[in-house]
Design a protein around this ligand. Structure first.
Ligand code: G3P
Length: 217
C-alpha cells in the first residue's frame, strides 16, 4: 500500500519524506487554508520535495472551469494529480483530463456507485472518505471493501485512495482490504510506529546494556 500524507504543512511533509515513508501528498482547499500559504507557491514547494503524485484541488463547479483550473494547477509540476469533486461535472472533467494524459484524483466519494462512475470516467485515483462516513455512524471501511470488490470484478485500474483517515487502525484496515493508497495526516502515519511494549522493551534493554559497561562505538 502506498502512503500519501494529507497536509499542506511543508515541515511535516519534509519530516516524513526524510524518513522515506511517503509516496505522495494530498491537499484540499481546507488544508491550503490551514497552511496559510498561497496554493501555487506551497504546491510548488511540495512538488519539488516529493517525487510521487501531489494532489491539488480545483474549486470550480462546472466541468469547463475544473478543466481550466486543473490545467493551470498542472503547470506547477509534472507530478500534479488534478483533484475534482465527485459530481457529474467532476466526472466529465475527469474523463477529459485523463484522456489528455493527466493524473486525476476524484474526491469526496461516499458510495460504491460513485466510485464505479469514477472508474468509468478513467480516474487515476478515487478518494472514498472513511472518517466522514464513520462520523455519520456509517461504515467507511465497508465502502473501501465494496469498491475493492467492484474494481476487481471488472479489472478497473483506478487506484483506491482511502482518505479521511483518522487513526492507525484505519490504516491497518485499509491495508487488510487492499486499498492501493491511504492518505493520512502526519500524526496518524507517525503513530503507526508506536507501541507501549516497544518502549518498555527498549527501556529494559538499555538498562541491562548499561550494566555490562560495554560500548559498541
Ligand atoms: O483527503 C481528504 C481528507 O483530507 C479529508 O479528511 O479528516 O477532513 O475528513 P477529513
Amino acid at each position: 500500500m502506498k502512503f500519501f500524507v494529507d497536509t499542506a504543512d511543508i515541515d511535516a511533509i519534509r519530516e516524513l519524506n526524510d524518513l522515506g515513508l511517503i509516496d505522495g501528498v494530498t491537499t484540499n482547499p481546507s488544508l491550503i487554508m490551514k497552511s496559510g500559504r498561497n496554493i501555487k507557491e506551497v504546491t510548488k514547494e511540495i512538488c519539488d520535495m516529493v517525487d510521487g503524485p501531489v494532489s491539488a484541488e480545483t474549486v470550480a463547479l462546472d466541468a469547463e472551469g475544473m478543466i481550466a483550473e486543473g490545467l493551470e494547477l498542472k503547470k506547477i509540476a509534472d507530478n500534479i494529480a488534478i483533484k475534482v469533486p465527485l459530481t457529474l461535472d467532476g466526472l466529465k472533467a475527469c474523463k477529459h483530463l485523463t484522456g489528455e494524459g493527466h493524473m486525476v484524483n476524484v474526491t469526496l466519494c461516499f458510495s460504491a456507485n460513485q466510485a464505479l462512475l469514477a472508474a468509468k470516467a478513467g480516474a487515476t485515483f478515487i478518494s472514498p472518505f472513511i472518517g466522514r462516513l464513520d462520523d455519520q455512524n456509517l461504515d467507511g471501511m465497508e465502502l473501501i471493501q465494496d469498491i475493492r470488490t467492484i474494481y476487481d470484478n471488472y479489472g478497473f485500474e483506478t487506484q483506491i485512495l482511502a482518505a479521511s483517515i483518522r487513526s492507525a487502525n484505519h490504516m491497518k484496515d485499509a491495508a487488510l482490504i487492499g486499498a492501493d493508497v491511504a492518505t493520512a495526516p502526519p500524526a496518524v502515519i507517525k503513530s503507526m510506529a508506536s507501541h507501549v511494549l516497544t518502549d518498555k522493551g527498549l527501556e529494559g534493554f538499555l538498562k541491562d546494556w548499561e550494566k555490562t559497561g560495554q560500548k559498541i562505538l
